[in-house]
Design a protein around this ligand. Structure first.
Ligand SMILES: [Zn+2]
Length: 100
């Protein structure tokens, strides 16, 4: 058969052209679509919101356990937001690779 790219005569069983390296068949598994990456804005907005909450709301809470609970809430929210928004791309790539 002939190479689709450079028209060199190659063996019928060849998977790639020995001359130009082009594949003789269409790829079995399509490469994962390049998704437009989420910008840093969701994280920035979320963190700014958290800063605003901790500056405006927390000082109004009474001293002691309520304010401590407020801070714990802010920290937990920060961790959750970073965890939910950041690894989204990595997780989808892992799932794509596991598919046969
Ligand atoms: Zn070729």
């Amino acid at each position: 058969m002939k190479c689709r790219t450079c028209s060199t005569e190659i063996a019928d069983k060849a998977l790639i052209c020995y001359r130009c390296g082009a594949a003789t068949t269409a790829p079995r598994v399509a490469p994962p679509e390049a998704r437009p990456g989420r910008g840093p804005w969701p994280v920035v907005v979320a963190i700014l919101t958290l800063i605003a909450v901790s500056l405006l709301v927390l000082p109004q809470l009474p001293e002691g356990p309520p304010r401590l609970a407020g801070w714990v809430g802010v920290v937990v929210a920060t961790v959750l937001i970073v965890w939910v928004l950041k690894p989204a791309r990595r997780r989808s790539r892992l799932l794509g690779r596991r598919r046969p």
